[in-house]
Design a binder for this molecule. Structure first.
Ligand code: AHR
Length: 312
C-alpha cells in the first residue's frame, strides 16, 4: 500500500522542501542527546524542515506526536520507539495517510509492512560482542556478573540481554547473579549498582558489570568508587554505546570495554527517504549500522578526543 499509494507524489515531494516529524524518546543518555543533535544537523544540511517532539520516555506522548505529524501532513516520520510493543494502530494511521515511517535505533514488534525501513544496529549482536569480551578476559576464574538493564520493554534491553546470555552460555564459570533495570540513565545505574554492592558483600563478590549502555556504567563506576571498590580492576566493566565519557573512563582505567553504536541514524534514514521521495526506491527493511568493540588497548584517550565535541 505504502509504495503504490504514494507513487503519484514522488516527484512533487522531492522537488519542494520536505517536512519530517521526529518523535524522539527523550534525553535519558549522552548517546540519545547526540542522536538528537546529529538528526537536527543532518536535516539542516539537506534542507529538510524537521519538526521535533521529545516524548520524555512516554509511549503515549510518542503516539500523540505521531498523530499530530499525520494531521499536519508531513512528508515522513522518524520514530525512535521507547518500547517494542503497542505501535500497530498509529503505524496503520500513518500508512493510511501515505506517510512513510522510518524507525531509528530501536525496533518494534509490529509487522514490517507498517514502516518503510528501520535504521539501527543488530542489538543481539551487541550483547554477544560484550559477552564474548568477558568470556575472553575472565579465563577460568569464577565470575559473578551483575547486569544493568535498559528501559523495560525496549528492544535494546531485551536483545542486548539475550545476546550477552548467548555469549556466556558455554562458560560454566560465568553467571549473572543480579539483573535489574537502570532505565538507561546515569542516576539509575548508580542507584541500582549501590544496591548490588550492598547485596554482594560490598562488591567483594562481584567480578564484572555488564551495563546495557555507557551512561549506566558511568553511574555504576561512581557508586563503586564511593564504596571503595576499584572499577576496571576489582570489577570488570563492559557496556554499549561508545560515548566520550566511557572512553575517558577507559583511559583512566575505570572501564574496560564498550561496543560502539553510532548516533548518526538520521544520515542513512534521510538517504533512504530521499531516494524514496525521488523515484519510489524502496529501501531494505533494515539498514544495519556497525557494532565495533573498543577496549583499553584501543587508545581510549584519542577516541575521547575524537568524540568530545560531537554533541554528546
Ligand atoms: O536505543 C539505543 C539506546 O538508547 C542506547 O544504547 C542508550 O544509550 C539509549 O538511551
Amino acid at each position: 500500500l505504502l509504495a503504490t499509494a504514494a507513487a503519484v507524489s514522488f516527484g512533487a515531494a522531492a522537488a519542494s522542501a520536505q517536512t519530517v516529524g521526529f518523535s524522539q524518546i527523550g534525553s535519558e543518555s549522552g548517546w540519545r542527546a547526540a542522536e538528537t543533535t546529529l538528526t537536527r544537523q543532518q536535516a539542516e544540511e539537506r534542507g529538510i524542515d524537521l519538526k521535533f517532539s521529545d516524548a520524555q520516555q512516554r509511549q503515549e506522548n510518542q503516539i500523540s506526536a505521531m498523530r499530530s505529524f499525520i494531521a499536519q501532513g508531513v512528508d515522513a516520520i522518524l520514530l525512535a520507539p521507547v518500547v517494542a510493543t503497542g505501535w500497530d494502530s498509529v503505524l496503520e494511521e500513518a500508512q493510511e495517510a501515505e506517510i512513510p515511517v522510518v524507525l531509528l535505533d530501536r525496533q518494534v514488534d509490529s509487522s514490517e509492512d507498517l514502516y518503510l525501513t528501520a535504521v539501527g544496529s543488530d542489538l543481539v549482536h551487541e550483547g554477544e560482542v560484550a559477552g564474548q569480551w568477558l568470556v575472553d578476559n575472565v579465563g577460568d576464574e569464577e565470575c559473578r556478573v551483575v547486569e544493568l538493564q535498559g528501559t523495560t520493554g525496549s528492544s535494546p534491553a531485551i536483545k542486548r540481554k539475550q545476546g550477552f546470555e548467548n555469549a556466556i552460555e558455554g562458560s560454566d564459570n560465568i553467571e549473572i547473579v543480579r539483573s535489574q533495570t537502570g532505565d538507561f540513565t546515569r542516576t539509575g545505574g548508580k542507584e541500582v549498582m549501590e544496591s548490588f554492592l550492598q547485596a554482594e558483600d560490598g562488591g567483594g563478590n562481584i567480578c564484572a558489570l555488564f551495563a546495557h549502555n555507557d551512561d549506566m556504567a558511568i553511574g555504576a563506576i561512581q557508586a563503586m568508587k564511593e564504596a571503595g571498590v576499584n572499577p576496571g580492576e576489582d570489577v570488570k566493566v563492559v557496556s554499549i554505546d561508545g560515548v566520550p565519557d566511557i572512553f575517558r573512563a577507559m583511559a583512566d582505567g575505570d572501564a574496560n570495554a564498550t561496543v560502539e553504536l553510532t548516533p548518526n541514524m538520521a544520515g542513512p534514514a534521510f538517504d533512504a527517504l530521499n531516494a524514496y521521495w525521488e523515484d519510489g526506491t524502496t529501501p531494505p527493511k533494515f539498514i544495519q549500522t556497525e557494532s565495533r568493540l573498543y577496549t583499553q588497548e584501543d587508545d581510549p584517550e584519542a577516541e575521547y578526543e575524537a568524540r568530545k565535541d560531537l554533541g554528546y
